[in-house]
Write a protein that binds this ligand. Structure first.
Ligand code: PFF
Length: 477
């Protein structure tokens, strides 16, 4: 039997900030805006907010309470409660392992843009095709990803996360201010394109905030739901073991309910603001057609905004990308730390050796994913209709496919095997209040399993095929 982890957070603030440091990353600033844009803005927003308050709350509570009550990381936690469920811990471990393969690639892109702005190349970065040319070139993206990964691995190798966390306490608030500032600036933009159409930032804000239900079909709604749910998992770092590990570090006198609400609030706030900065600006410069750009959205739209600021744009752009770089780094460190600390426990090996091995394996995998844009280029249509390259396929497997499966199994485990009471007892330890006790029980027993099962089949594309098979000819599903 393994030793229980020692509580290492001295206060609830320490826990909230560390959890938020893992949660706030490229998911909020890069992934959320491009999904919101692709799924039509307001509608996605509405669905996402609904999910945060229901599923986000339930899944985060489950992960953190399991971690604190067992004192174990995900790999060992499930098995320590019921040995037959040990497989779930192992399945959960797969998610950060898959995310690791592509997170560093995006980290490399951000590093590149930070360097470009620090070198004052604001106009070049804003040119159409600049991003595409960069990611499809054969050497440069690999060099940047390796540097990003080396920094991450070094932090984990040297065990200096504490230093990084202290640093991120300073960087995070500044990043937030910059996002708000750039967001407000984006609302003042106005641009007339080649065909004489003028679009303004405020019109873009309307697209972002007001849901448009025209042409909405059931299958389109399910696809938005799946995107939003995948984003929720990714953004909150739930159903991937991270929050179980963090939960195991939290002391018993910390009120989990309050801390969980604060982590959710912070994470969602940053995502909403990042959307407010990116979506109106992409709308101004590229219209609604530009909104389907996908993963490249942030790298194409923001440079245009920075370029429109004149010389100041170089400074603002550099500061922005440097800060996003830190947000990405704190998240990537938390992913690698999960892999390293789990492998250390399994093999009873020392940190330095394990970090080295995981660092090398991650580098090999990330280089392969990175080559998905040149040597290994292919176009694959995902069940949600998006055309995908290797990076998107990995992202889809972890967020849209594996996570609903893990959330489904976890909910069955908690709701029906150990019963919600098991979680509730942990939430109420030392007289703490768990106001949403009943709501939690209903969610974990009924709502989460049903919706996750539907989403899991939706993610495999089977649901759409079945619907098409049973629907009378000519019906729009
Ligand atoms: N939640 C992080 C983000 O939004 O960027 C990403 C992340 C961190 C994913 C940690 C997975 C993880 F284990």
């Amino acid at each position: 039997m393994e030793h229980k982890n020692h509580a290492s957070f001295t206060s609830s603030l320490g826990f909230i900030l560390t959890a938020a440091g893992s949660a706030v990353g490229v998911g909020n600033i890069w992934r959320f805006p491009y999904l919101a844009a692709k799924d039509g803005g307001g509608l996605f927003l509405l669905v996402y907010l609904g999910l945060v308050l229901t599923f986000g709350f339930t899944l985060l509570t489950t992960d953190i309470a399991i971690g604190r009550r067992t004192g174990q990381n995900a790999w060992h936690a499930f098995g320590s409660i019921r040995p037959r469920w040990g497989f779930l811990g192992k399945l959960t471990f797969l998610v950060p392992a898959i995310i690791m393969t592509y997170y560093a690639v995006i980290g490399g892109w951000i590093l590149k843009y930070a360097v470009v702005y620090l070198c004052g190349q604001r106009t070049q970065a804003a040119q159409d095709g600049y991003f595409l040319e960069f990611i499809t070139s054969s050497v440069s993206p690999i060099v940047f990803l390796l540097i990003f990964l080396a920094i991450t691995a070094f932090v984990v190798y040297a065990g200096v996360e504490k230093g990084i966390e202290k640093f991120s306490k300073v960087v995070m608030p500044i990043l937030l201010l910059m996002i708000v500032g750039t967001g407000i600036y984006a609302l003042t933009l106005r641009h007339t394109d080649g065909s004489g159409v003028t679009r303004t930032g405020l019109q873009g804000l309307v697209v972002y905030l007001i849901p448009d239900f025209t042409g909405l079909t059931f299958s389109k709604f399910l696809s938005i739901l799946l995107d939003a749910m995948g984003q929720l998992f990714f953004s909150l770092s739930v159903s991937m073991g991270i929050m179980i590990t963090y939960g195991s570090y939290v002391k018993k006198d910390v009120s989990l309910e309050k801390s969980i609400a604060q982590v959710e609030f912070f994470d969602t706030g940053v995502a909403l603001l990042a959307g407010m900065m990116i979506i109106p600006s992409i709308f101004v410069f590229s219209g609604t057609e530009g909104m389907t750009a996908g993963p490249s959205l942030m790298f194409q739209s923001l440079p245009k905004v920075f370029a429109s600021m004149g010389a100041a744009g170089t400074l603002v752009g550099a500061a922005f990308f440097v800060m996003v770089l830190f947000a990405a780094l704190t998240s990537c460190v938390s992913i690698m730390e999960t892999l390293v600390s789990t492998v250390m426990q399994i093999f009873r090996a020392d940190r330095k050796k394990v970090s080295l091995v995981i660092g090398i394996l991650s580098a090999v995998a990330a280089v392969i994913v990175c080559m998905g844009y040149n040597v290994l280029y292919f176009e694959y249509t995902l069940p949600n209709g998006q055309t995908a390259q290797l990076l998107d396929v990995m992202d889809y497997i972890s967020n849209n496919f594996l996570m609903p499966l893990i959330a489904f199994l976890t909910a069955i485990f908690v709701g029906w095997v150990i019963k919600p009471q098991w979680i509730t007892e942990e939430m109420e330890v030392q007289g703490a209040r768990f106001g949403k006790k009943r709501f939690y029980a209903v969610m974990v027993r009924w709502v989460v399993p049903v919706i996750m099962a539907i989403l899991f089949f939706q993610s495999t594309g089977l649901l759409a095929k079945a619907a098409a098979f049973f629907a009378p000819a000519g019906t729009v599903i």
